[in-house]
Design a protein. Structure first.
Length: 372
């Protein structure tokens, strides 16, 4: 079992988030790295302790086991766990009446896949429409270049644990008023693996992984939506004990646009038109994400009318048909008129142009109940 509380080692609260654990680890690792510390031997011990704590608290499954049992092993229940799980009634029998049977050795840890990582990228609506690429930079655990992930100094290898004899099991016997209590769990020295490194790699202190900066270019396909994610296989953190690397997930956020709105593959825009264009009809240029497009206004178009341009919306990342572009027109009433414009409008009004064409209430009711 750990000699010190891992949370105390990193100086974080027990409810600290993953980012807080990572920040504390980085600060302590820089401060106590043997290459920069004056007292090399003390720094090496402290640095190893910091790395051991981070190795557990940065892994959600290991952290959960540590929070529950106070140590990290491979499936063995802690002394305080009285559930009838994998151990069954035999473990309860051993607990109260001693080792009446031989307990099987724990399964030694095998290759473990590295953790997945997340990276958030914000793009514009224009970039989502046409597709783009972004170069990103982040830190991740990679395979140690010096020991190739083995954790041992090149030319050396792991040896059987001298505390458990290579079994990976540690047994504790206690005398109580109820009799002899025997508990079993992973060996604290080897962590249940049954072997230890006689000569840990100096570069990674036996972890087999080290933190390194990574830069790569992410290709964003045309038509992505807000909240889309891009999976980049093998660019997460390196696995341990020869396990595969995790994946990197790039999550996309699309910034709000001052002109266009989007709903799925359809886009929307508001366009001002003159009274003459709306009344007489016209062909006008309207903006879209793909550039200016022609829109035909029928004569008598009312303010607030929405017209649809098929196939002028967002592309589909899977290559099928594009969405539509919806244009809502708003008739703009001029605030200033020159003399000639005023004369023409007055003539229009005197010719009956100021009459509002509106059906009576009863006409609208009859239309509502008229059979199709």
């Amino acid at each position: 079992m750990p000699t010190r509380d891992y949370y105390e080692v990193l100086g974080v609260a027990r409810n600290a988030s993953g980012d807080q654990v990572k920040q504390a680890y980085r600060a302590l690792a820089r401060e106590h790295h043997p290459d920069v510390a004056r007292d090399k031997s003390r720094a090496e011990h402290r640095f190893k302790e910091i790395n051991e704590a981070y190795e557990v608290l940065s892994d959600p499954s290991k952290r959960a086991q540590y929070d529950r049992f106070g140590y990290v092993g491979n499936g063995a229940a802690g002394a305080g766990d009285f559930g009838f799980g994998a151990g069954g009634f035999g473990d309860i029998f051993d607990m109260f009446f001693g080792n009446a049977r031989s307990a099987p050795h724990p399964r030694h840890a095998g290759p473990e896949r590295g953790a997945d990582l997340r990276y958030d990228v914000e793009i514009t609506l224009e970039e989502a429409f046409s597709g783009t690429s972004r170069e990103i930079a982040f830190d991740r655990l990679t395979e140690c270049a010096a020991c190739k992930g083995s954790g041992a100094t090149p030319g050396t290898m792991a040896v059987p644990c001298d505390r458990c004899g290579g079994s990976g099991t540690a047994r504790t016997v206690r005398q109580t008023p109820l009799g002899q209590i025997v508990t079993q769990g992973p060996c604290a020295r080897c962590g249940g693996e049954g072997h230890v490194l006689a000569h840990p790699c100096e570069a990674c202190l036996g972890r087999g992984r080290s933190e390194a900066g990574t830069r790569l270019t992410v290709t964003v396909p045309a038509g992505v939506d807000d909240g889309s994610r891009i999976r980049i296989a093998g660019k997460g953190e390196a696995g341990s004990r020869g396990g595969p690397s995790g994946d990197l997930y790039v999550y996309l956020t699309i910034a709000p646009h001052r002109l266009f709105k989007r709903d799925g593959r359809d886009t929307y825009v508001n366009v001002p038109v003159s009274f003459a264009e709306a009344a007489l009809g016209a062909t006008i240029e309207v903006p879209s994400l793909g550039g200016e497009v022609e829109l035909t206004l029928p004569a008598g178009t009312q303010s607030g009318t929405t017209l649809r341009l098929r196939g002028s919306g967002m592309p589909n990342p899977r290559g099928s048909q594009r969405g539509d572009h919806h244009v809502t027109v708003h008739v703009v009433v001029p605030t200033k008129l020159n003399k000639r414009q005023r004369e023409l409008l007055e003539e229009y009004a005197s010719a009956g142009g100021d009459a509002v064409e509106e059906r009576t209430f009863f006409e609208r009711v009859k239309d509502a109940f008229r059979p199709d």
